[in-house]
Design a protein around this ligand. Structure first.
Ligand code: HEM
Length: 489
């Protein structure tokens, strides 16, 4: 291990030593070695200030990116939460517009497809930040208002329960209510049964120590796509919030990238997107079986489901073996491939499948030259996923059991509009994506059709709505020094 390296938090890249004590551990690792976890969504009392953070920190500490620790903890805030804590409007105004407006603001809701009531749970989403829109636009009000989220990760259920009890006790003493709770487990296989977390971006830059496999042509993105203050895909320093310097109140925040008279609140932080997505597992598999049978030719539900996702159930890509493993003597990952040269027409991996929409790689190019340029451009719309599944696995994936289960989708990015919202609006839910006509992501979107290119005729099975939105919000995931600052509010 070299001088600048810190103990293992990720196989591919680590946060460099000089940043690791300030960056939250969740940025460097989804804590996959800690399988049991809970997300506690918090509602703060009026004029909460920052004192509740003192009370919380007496019993638990937010985990830095210094290496794996059991348990591990992450903490993030909604815009309404920071307002409730007493942050002034000038400081709130320095956060990104998406964060200030919130996920349920009418325009954002439309972009995310949430204005289509068929893709939300009956009665509509249950929780959100209920943030006040500075631009006066309407927002859907959710029954539960969330001001912050506390994510707790542990090796086993008994230590997790101990941790939750400690946190809940300290929070309730400080008048903070756990208004919504989702218990989550590590997602090697999501509930439909597919391997998850296979394809992730690989960060590079001065704040990062690169490990093996970082020479990837397809997945390298500058650290500023995930860490505020670092250089992003546009060559800019990823912008974050600032606070005015108050001479009589010394602050632990550095000057960072803030202009004179201000301190950098965003540096080493990120924006965390959370969406609670319920999955209808039996509905999915029964529909896959029925539609595959209707296509004929002995096609199975598994065959169709793999085209919907765009990968095999075990996570292997759908491209021919020779593309995925061009040299069998070299251990290759299942993720080093493009679509332009290997599968331009989507005969192996359908053009409209979930993975092709969520990361088209070079597949939307018209020429070879464009293909090179497109990878760079597509990589300015990457997100670092760190979600987990909730609810018990189904005993029989084809039997309705009435139990709520799904994915607590979480991802980190520094520019919510250019990264998360772009992926969802412009790729997943775009009815004209990659020459498709009036089709959207067959895994995530409302019901419709999906084209599966084939010779001599394409297949066009019906698709139902399998995933429903139950609540969500945009959060600010501060650095550890920014949490110290927030505790002084
Ligand atoms: C219940 C909802 C969802 C399920 C079951 C699901 C499932 C999957 C699966 C099985 C994969 C392939 C394995 C992998 O690379 O990890 C995948 C990839 C991916 N998904 Fe989802 N997903 C869901 C929602 C979303 C949402 C809401 C987004 C973003 C808006 C998203 C973005 C991605 C991305 C970026 C990839 C990687 C594509 C690549 O780089 O090749 N997913 N998802």
């Amino acid at each position: 291990m070299s001088e600048t390296e810190v103990p293992r938090v990720s196989d591919r890249w680590k946060v460099a030593k000089e940043y690791a004590a300030d960056v939250q551990g969740l940025i460097a690792s989804p804590f996959a070695d800690l399988p049991e976890a809970a997300s506690l969504f918090l509602s703060l009392p009026e004029n909460a200030g920052g004192s509740w953070l003192h009370a919380l920190r007496q019993v638990i500490a937010v985990t830095p990116a210094l290496g794996l620790t059991d348990p591990s903890i992450a903490l993030a805030f909604t815009c309404s939460g920071l307002r409730q804590m007493g942050m002034d409007e000038a400081a709130l105004g320095s956060f990104s517009r998406e964060f200030r407006e919130g996920m349920h603001q009418i325009d954002r809701s439309r972009r995310l497809g949430d204005d289509d009531k068929t893709t939300s749970i009956p009665g509509g989403p249950v929780w959100g930040g209920n943030t006040f829109d500075p631009y006066g636009k309407q927002a859907t009000k959710t029954p539960v208002t969330v001001h912050a989220v506390l994510l707790l990760y542990a090796k086993d259920i008994s230590s997790l329960n101990g941790l939750i009890a400690k946190a809940e006790h300290a929070l309730s003493e400080a008048g903070v209510i756990v208004s919504h709770r989702v218990d989550i487990q590590v997602t090697e296989r999501e509930h439909f049964g597919f391997a998850d977390g296979v394809s992730q971006p690989i960060l590079y830059g001065p704040a990062i120590v690169s490990g093996p496999g970082t020479e990837s042509k397809w997945h390298r993105i500058p650290a500023g796509e995930v860490i505020i203050g670092q250089t992003n895909a546009h060559g800019d320093l990823a912008a974050g919030p600032i606070v005015a310097e108050v001479p009589e109140k010394p602050t632990m925040l550095g000057v960072g990238n803030a202009p004179p008279g201000y301190r950098d609140l965003g540096r080493n932080g990120s924006y965390l997107v959370i969406r609670e997505l319920q999955q209808d597992v039996a509905g999915f598999w029964n529909h896959m079986d029925t539609e595959a049978a209707a296509l004929g030719g002995g096609l199975t539900g598994e065959w169709l489901a793999e085209r919907v996702v765009g990968r095999k159930i075990d996570g292997t890509g759908l491209l021919p073996e020779t593309v995925l493993h061009p040299d069998s003597s070299v251990a290759r990952t299942v993720n080093e491939f493009g679509y332009f040269n290997e599968d331009k027409d989507g005969l192996s991996c359908p053009l409209g499948s979930h993975v092709r929409r969520s990361n088209p790689r070079d597949g939307l190019a018209r020429t070879q030259d464009e293909a090179h340029a497109l990878v760079h451009s597509v990589n300015s719309h990457r997100i670092l996923r760190c979600g987990r599944k909730f609810g018990p696995p189904p005993a029989d994936p084809r039997q309705q059991d009435g139990v709520a289960r799904g994915l607590l989708f979480m991802c980190l990015n520094t520019d919510i509009a250019r990264q998360f919202e772009f992926v969802q609006e412009t790729w997943l839910l775009n009815p004209g994506f990659a020459t498709q006509a009036d089709e959207v992501d067959p895994l995530m979107g409302p019901k419709g059709r999906m084209s599966i290119p084939a010779c001599p005729f394409r297949h066009r099975p019906k698709i139902e709505t399998f995933v429903k939105f139950a609540g969500g919000e945009y959060f600010f995931l501060p650095s550890l020094s920014a949490i110290d600052y927030l505790a002084t509010l």
